[in-house]
Write a protein that binds this ligand. Structure first.
Ligand SMILES: [Zn+2]
Length: 111
């Protein structure tokens, strides 16, 4: 598999984009459909200038991101599931995790 590291000192990670896919309730935290952040270079989270993101939505999606950065086996549920929800029951806000370019990092630069 081309996405797998070829040597012990390389970490292969996809850039990610997390975007608000839909809000089926009331947006309590002020997020709107299309609001987003990206994760690049393993750990760097960026929002568009002036953008914000709900702390609780962020907390819900955060545990999935390190796994979504990596190549998963085809049968792994997380390879096909790409949605997470903000825990606020009034909001019913669903985020979509999109994979971007896959990049090779020197492992020693990450740890
Ligand atoms: Zn929220």
């Amino acid at each position: 598999m081309s996405d797998r590291p070829e040597t012990d000192d390389v970490t292969v990670l996809a850039d990610l984009r997390v975007v608000v896919d839909r809000i089926e309730g009331r947006s309590v935290c002020g997020l709107r459909v299309g609001d987003e952040f990206t994760v690049t270079s393993s750990s760097q989270l960026r929002m568009p200038p002036g953008g914000h993101f709900c702390l609780y939505a962020l907390a819900a999606v955060l545990p999935l991101l390190p796994a979504k950065q990596r190549a998963l086996s085809a049968g792994d549920w997380l390879s096909s599931d790409c949605e997470a929800a903000c825990p606020d029951p009034d909001e019913r806000l669903v985020m979509r995790i999109e994979s971007g370019p896959v990049r090779r990092h020197a492992t020693e630069d990450l740890t």
